[in-house]
Design a protein around this ligand. Sequence first.
Ligand code: PEP
Ligand code: MG
Length: 570
Amino acid sequence: MINKQGIAASSGIAIAKAYHLAVPDLSFEKKKIDNPNTEIERLNKALEISKQELEKIRTHTKNELGDEHAEIFSAHLLVLSDPELINPITDKIKSDNVMAEAALEEIANMFIDMFKNMDNEYMRERAADIQDVTKRVMAHLLGVSFPDPALIDEEVIVIANDLTPSDTAQLNRQFVKGFATDIGGRTSHSAIMARSLEIPAVVGTKNITEEVSQHDMIIVDGLEGIVLINPSEDELANYREKQAAYAEQKEVWAQLKDEPTFTKDGEQVELAGNIGTPEDVTGVLNNGGEAVGLYRTEFLYMGKNALPTEEEQYEAYKSVLEQMDGKPVVVRTLDIGGDKELDYLDLPKEMNPFLGFRAIRFCLENEAVFRPQLRALLRASAHGNLKIMFPMVATLEEFRQAKAILLDEKEALKKDGFKISDDIEVGIMVEIPSTAVIAKQFAKEVDFFSIGTNDLIQYTMAADRMNERVSYLYQPYHPAILNLLNNVIEAAHSEGKWVGMCGEMAGDSIAIPILLGLGLDEFSMSATSILPARTQLRDLSKGKLASYKDKLLSMGTAEEVVAFIKEKTE
Ligand code: PEP
Ligand code: MG
């Protein structure tokens, strides 16, 4: 039995067998062959199994996520049946007397290099398809198993180095009971997705993939951030009890589901949920969310091989607004870049993706991507209470430019006879220190702020939110952060604007009393944090916490802040 400590990323306890998601080692030793026909037979067999698997994945993806998402697997199947790729491989085996693995590798790489360098986007996508499918065929030639998260059909705990957003999109929600990863922190997207899927997760264990073998028994303790590998009978019994106690605790929280959020001294705040897909709205409503405070629209753009159409986006936004039935829905425009890549856009790799060409920077330079999203949002506005916000705004010019494009599309749609709401608030995420520092100037022009502490902390402390080596510097309670937050909240209120927070800090039980004292109006968090937060807020007095503000802001370290707030709220 081994215990691994990581970062508690999504609460709850999960117990199941391990499912290893790592791509296997596909290297091989080149050997002389005796009979080319045997190699061709091996190749054909590997191709056949790969096709059968892809067929299954395509059907599964179509049923779970729809035609659009399944398209990529149709493209993969076409590659495997394309004589222009397969014939040269068999020719090579015959003419050069080489192993099937070597012929596959050489011919596939030749096509990948050729297509990759073409000017045509369609051909570049083919390069990515060939790369993907040859890995699968190679695994079968080598007799190693290739992970297929979409095909999981029994309860498992997924073990991976990291889960990219598109891996997560493919996971079968019914069977994946939890996951544990080598890298990542509480604010990496794998962690955020785990919370929206409401499955326990531990991230940043450093090397869980090395310690776990396929089908080992695993306990993921998402409350303490511990993973147990092959636990003893006693431990299993112990954790089953813990699991039951947590379920009971959830029932107590659930009693507040339909209650408004009032503090002990009668002040009201809004508790909202963060979502990534229209399906996540159910989780927000079931957990008593009063609004959607952040809809991360980038998931609409991921896990597929082309941009979503305006129509597709309109349907998604409309669905969220209708499900929320008049309650506020804050939709963030595309925040791509950082750890969220879109293969089909083929953006050049950057040295510092978190400081690079992402979010609003990308959208302002790619209006052909930005405008359809704004049009879809504007059209959807007729179906509910929509608020739009732009991510990663660093300068006033960026906000003005983005808003001008929005207004331009609004005029155009109105001229074309579309019904558009006249009450759409337009705000920004405050997640770059420059914006937090001159929040006063921004507050005159925006309708609201939503503070994105996941990024604001990493930029203020110069500590990559994905890098566990510097996670000790990722300090939400650092007085530098608190002073920035205070600046933003005061600036908003002095202009009569509201200010929310949609970074993970908003749902953190140590941060909540501090944020309440600073005057935050809206707290937007993972759905599962809403009811614990409501329970906590009912015991806090806003007036009393506000009186500690000057003291907290003048402290020197995060440690002092935490010790002080704990003492005052116990
Ligand atoms: C943030 O930065 O706090 C935020 C909510 O955005 P994301 O986590 O998607 O970068
Ligand atoms: Mg952010």
